[in-house]
Design a protein around this ligand. Structure first.
Ligand code: SF4
Ligand code: SF4
Length: 736
């Protein structure tokens, strides 16, 4: 067998090469690097890329090479190529490791699930705490890369606990039924240890960092309530030292006679305390499967916990039920279980022996060594094959129609006017409106048709089109600046109200002379809707600018408090980039819930990903041109499917096809398209992409000459209310 070469991606190496002493680093140095390299497997440690490094730095730690890199992607990429690693291995996936991994596009990764933190769940838990909170460590770029690699067939997941997999599926957006190999963490087990209840003392330990998520203050509160037992805190402050110290100082310095803060203990002292204690008390609001649980279980020291990960507490100790928030009012919950395990010797002996047996069988180093080696050797010998599951269909079919560019407003951020404020007033002709109905007949299925401008209520054929769409059973989404008189809107609703799915109002603050009138009109619309039982949703959006920030906060308050409606606040979009704002505004958006996370919006790359656009979604220009989606594709023939002037000749894709977005794989409408299920997580292989590029032998030429303006100024419900472009040049110029 040829020796395989593994790059272990990790941020810390437990003190090695000047790195910090963390749990992942411990696993990397004390187990993986120590027990995995052999005659078949060579391993290097790849740490982070650092601003202050000019050259690649190498150091030998425990006879293994450890590398640090400069922030020079080209250099690092070249170096990685020369090293020719067969595989990479990571313990979960952190941002520094992501920075290295994203430079590699043809190798596989074994990702060992340890403690995945899907942002929604993590936020739910930590936001319930009012005193201190640990930061959110999830970076969407990291999870996006993992997702992409998985669907390309470049990742194998292994997991230290089956109970963690669901969180990983959510974090990395993976199929819910994915089977993940169980590979429990190893620990150094003292097989000579003999359990003897007489050597156990009536004492309880806390083992962990003194940080917010561990809520050591609850441990101290329990100690206060149970003076008959001794309580020992093992651990030191980590992040937010000042705040955590403030929370704990009232309990420290032997203020409570049976509570002792021991600091960070290692070696014999730690071992002695763990061996002598009966109970490990876990008060955390979040855990993976802490190594501290395993260390204690091997000595029959049983967990009493408000988390039940991997069912270890309920199986060997006690799970007292989940405790959210700071937890002070739930301290009592721990007491009966602690009492029982302290006083009921036969129960305690039974559980302790079972725990010791479980640890020896499941977490021993030999099994870990055998299993991890086998995963690495097997994967290194397998070719890369894209994941091939059933591609799910979108939640509904959509067509966005730019019925007109004309508008009665002059918003300062409008991209549908040129720099002199002159806008294209072209609109979809009556003939093309009729042909749209013919095209829809061909499509056979029902669609949600979004009618957008400019301002739809200045479009002369709005009533004709809406009436017929409603008659055919399609649903209509309308996006308006809400400037038309309420009588006009009422008339429109009389005609199509039952077929309206979303009535979306864009609030353009600079254009509204009188907000009282605006609110009254909104109230009237709500009344009309109620009186007639119209089924549509009223959606409100507003583009945030530095100038309108103060007013927007006021509008936000009125809309949510007086009308009980949500207001979607949107970033300004600038050609291919979303705008960022001064800190005060960014913080407001952060607290308010961002419309689009900026780093995702500007960086995410969908090239090669299979997308239902062109099959279940179409974008129709006011000229009648039918496009696959908003974003220009590398091959014009793939992007432009036909024109409403010849409705029978418009190409309709049967299946989802690879995105060949010309804009560096970026997709202007990804947020909505992901939500609606157009963008699948699956990737096409290279031959499929090449076929699309060669389709009809057409490619976009003169790209430098051709200016492509795209933007999202006001997005609601699958609709982008803006488009394009240097009108004079037009797409025809580019046709070959
Ligand atoms: S942003 Fe909308 S409402 Fe404002 S000018 Fe442009 S098209 Fe009209
Ligand atoms: S740009 Fe977006 S919508 Fe268009 S094909 Fe690509 S992923 Fe799909």
């Amino acid at each position: 067998m040829c020796k395989i070469k593994i790059g272990l991606l990790i941020d810390e190496f437990f003190g090695g090469a000047g790195t910090a002493f963390g749990g992942y680093g411990f696993l990397a140095r004390k187990y993986i690097a120590k027990y995995i390299p052999d005659k078949d497997i060579e391993m290097d440690i790849l740490l982070e890329m650092k601003e202050d490094l000019k050259e690649i730095q190498t150091e030998k730690v425990d006879n293994i090479l450890v590398y640090k890199f400069p922030k020079n992607e080209k250099k690092v990429k070249q170096w990685l190529k020369q090293q020719n690693y067969d595989l990479f291995l990571s313990i979960e996936m952190t941002y520094p490791s992501y920075e290295i991994l994203k430079l590699i596009d043809d190798k596989k990764l074994v990702l060992w699930i340890q403690d995945p933190r899907p942002p929604k769940l993590w936020d739910e838990k930590r936001n319930s705490m009012t005193t201190i909170q640990d930061p959110c460590v999830c970076n969407p770029l990291v999870s996006d890369l993992v997702n992409k690699m998985f669907y390309k067939g470049r990742i194998k997941f292994i997991s230290q606990g089956n109970s963690l997999n669901e969180r990983a599926f959510e974090l990395y957006n993976l199929p819910k039924d994915l089977s993940v190999q169980y590979l429990p963490n190893p620990i150094e087990i003292d097989f000579e240890y003999k359990f003897d209840i007489n050597k156990k003392k009536k004492q309880v330990v806390f083992l962990g960092r003194l940080e917010a998520q561990k809520r050591a203050w609850l441990f101290c509160e329990v100690a206060k309530c149970m003076p008959e037992y001794e309580f020992y805190v093992l651990g030191k402050f980590f992040r937010h030292e000042k705040e955590n110290n403030k929370m704990l100082e009232q309990y420290m310095n032997e203020n409570i006679p049976n509570l002792h803060f021991m600091g960070h203990l290692e070696g014999e002292k730690k071992e002695k305390l763990l061996k002598e204690s009966r109970i490990l008390l876990n008060t955390s609001i979040w855990e993976g499967i802490p190594i501290s649980w395993l260390e204690c279980l091997q000595y029959g020291t049983l967990p009493v916990s408000c988390l039940d990960n991997e069912s270890l507490p309920s199986r060997f100790g006690a799970f007292v039920g989940e405790i959210l928030g700071d937890g002070f009012e739930d301290v009592e919950k721990f007491i009966p279980s602690i009492k029982e395990l302290m006083e009921n010797d036969s129960l305690y002996i039974k559980n302790a022996n079972a725990a010791i047996k479980y640890i020896r069988k499941t977490h021993n180093i030999k099994t870990f060594q055998k299993n991890l080696k086998s995963v690495l050797l097997k994967l290194a010998g397998l070719p890369i094959t894209p994941f091939n599951g059933n591609i799910p269909k979108p939640i509904a079919n959509y067509i966005d129609v730019k019925i007109t560019y004309a508008c009665n407003y002059k918003c300062e951020y409008c991209y549908q006017a040129d720099e002199n404020g002159i806008r294209e007033s072209e609109f979809l002709s009556k003939e093309n409106a009729q042909n749209l109905l013919k095209f829809l007949k061909r499509l056979k299925e029902k669609y949600q048709i979004t009618l957008a401008g400019g301002e739809p209520f200045v479009y002369p054929h709005l009533n004709f089109l809406s009436k017929n769409l409603a008659k055919m059973g399609h649903k209509i989404n309308i996006i308006t600046n809400f400037s038309s008189p309420i009588e006009t809107l009422e008339k429109f609703l009389k005609m199509a109200g039952r077929s309206i799915n979303a009535f979306s109002i864009s609030i353009h603050i600079s254009q509204i002379p009188n907000f009282d009138e605006f609110y009254n009109k909104l109230q009237r619309l709500i009344d009309i809707q109620k009186e007639n039982n119209y089924p549509f949703k009223i959606l409100l959006t507003c583009v945030l600018t530095e100038d309108n920030f103060e007013k927007l906060k006021e509008v936000d308050k009125v809309i949510t408090e007086r009308f009980g409606l949500p207001l979607e606040i949107q970033r300004k979009h600038h050609i291919t980039q979303y705008d960022t704002y001064p800190d005060e505004i960014e913080n407001f958006m952060q607290a308010r819930g961002l419309d689009v996370p900026i780093e995702l919006a500007n960086n995410i790359n969908f090239y090669g990903r299979k997308c239902w656009c062109g099959s279940k979604f179409f974008y129709i220009e006011s000229t009648g041109e039918v496009r696959k989606c908003y974003t220009a594709q590398e091959n014009e023939a793939v992007w432009i499917l036909g024109n409403l002037s010849e409705p029978d000749k418009i190409r309709i894709n049967k299946d989802p096809a690879a995105c060949i977005s010309r804009d560096n794989g970026n997709c202007v409408c990804y947020k909505h398209f992901v939500r609606q299920g157009f963008l699948t997580p699956y990737y096409a292989d290279n031959s499929e992409i090449e076929k699309l590029k060669r389709f009809k032998n057409v490619s976009l030429k003169n790209q430098a000459k051709y200016q492509f303006y795209r933007f999202i100024s006001n997005v609601t419900f699958g609709k982008i209310r803006e488009t394009m472009i240097d009108k004079k040049q037009k797409w025809k110029d580019m046709k070959v």
